[in-house]
Design a binder for this molecule. Structure first.
Ligand SMILES: Nc1ncnc2c1ncn2[C@@H]1O[C@H](COP(=O)(O)OP(=O)(O)OP(=O)(O)O)[C@@H](O)[C@H]1O
Ligand code: NI
Length: 300
């Protein structure tokens, strides 16, 4: 097994009269045997980064940087190469809003069995791992509740036993028991030598299973380190605000809104919301190169 080496990846969308800088200069290595959680507010670029890795960006997207899985640069691979070698086999994706990715005219079982046949996996085993009962499998997508559709999508991503699973908000609509069951399944995979990139708003979920946490703000990673360090001793004022808003801490969420991705400031994008900011924050801070990395001139 190899690492996934994401190096200086940027993704921009060209719109009439504007450019959306959705992901800027993201570097992150994901290794077998670890779970990395990618957290941050809605719209900070988490899903766009995942889509870039699997070749799911729309035509108006432009990418820079590289994402290497062995000798394959995922950002330059052809759709054929991604479809036959990567997706589902090496990298499984649990997409955000899974219901829209299921084929409406076919039962969950037929979709899962087809994936199992193509990828060489076991449909029943994947369904069980995702917390589905056999009777759920005979339903059509429109008959599935949100939580059940989520479990079908989770099973589809697990069936080919990919070494890396990218799970984009995989706990949406699941009640606590199912969330815990799924997180335990992810942890088992990781302990078995797989890797999981868990994209989530749910810091509690990240706290439970992640080895490392990457905090994203306005398209950039602003803090990256061991999960407990990032949650309990956050260095970036933004991460500290996120961690302080955990239910058992219950401080007020950070006031204000992130900047528009079409109009990013030249300096630190968080500065306008930051109580620590001074004039030095008009220069963009770079992410430090240490095990608990932070991009901030005035870390906590
Ligand atoms: N095809 C597109 N064209 C233009 N802008 C886009 C496109 N797709 C995404 N964006 C923008 O890129 C930004 C990042 O979106 P993304 O979906 O990655 O956020 P996210 O962090 O996954 O948020 P959430 O937590 O709500 O899922 C958003 O501002 C979004 O509007
Ligand atoms: Ni998203």
């Amino acid at each position: 097994m190899v690492n996934l080496e994401i190096e200086r990846v940027s993704v921009r969308f060209a719109l009439p009269g504007a450019v959306v800088n959705a992901v800027s200069d993201v570097s992150l290595t994901i290794r077998p045997g670890e779970c990395v959680a990618l957290v941050g507010e809605s719209g900070c670029g988490k899903t766009v980064l995942a889509s870039a890795l699997l070749g799911f960006l729309p035509g108006n997207a432009e990418t820079a940087g590289s994402a290497k899985l062995g000798d394959v640069n995922l950002l330059e691979a052809t759709d054929h190469e991604l479809a036959t070698k990567i997706r589902g086999r090496q990298i499984g994706l649990i997409p955000q809003s899974p219901a829209s990715h299921l084929t409406p005219v076919r039962t969950a079982r037929s979709q899962l069995e087809e994936a199992a046949k193509t990828l060489g996996g076991n449909a029943d085993r994947a369904a069980e791992r995702a917390g589905l009962r056999p009777e759920h499998l005979d339903l059509y997508p429109h008959e599935l509740s949100g939580g059940m559709a989520q479990r079908v999508a989770n099973a589809l991503a697990l069936v080919g036993d990919p070494w890396l699973l990218i799970a984009d908000e995989p706990t949406t609509g699941l009640d606590r028991d199912l969330v815990d069951g799924l997180l335990e399944e992810f942890r088992r995979m990781v302990d078995d030598g797989h890797a999981v990139l868990l994209i989530t708003h749910d810091l509690e979920a990240a706290h439970k299973i992640a080895d490392r946490i990457a905090v994203m703000y306005a398209g950039r990673i602003v803090e990256l380190g061991p999960a407990h360090d990032v949650l309990d001793r956050a260095r970036h004022p933004y991460s500290r605000g996120l961690a302080d808003a955990l239910p058992d801490r219950a401080f007020t969420p950070i006031p204000g809104l992130p900047p528009l991705l079409t109009d990013l400031p030249a300096g630190c994008a968080f500065a306008p919301r930051c109580e620590q900011a001074t004039v030095i924050c008009e220069d963009r801070p770079v992410l430090t190169d240490d095990p608990h990395a932070v991009a901030c001139h005035r870390p906590c």
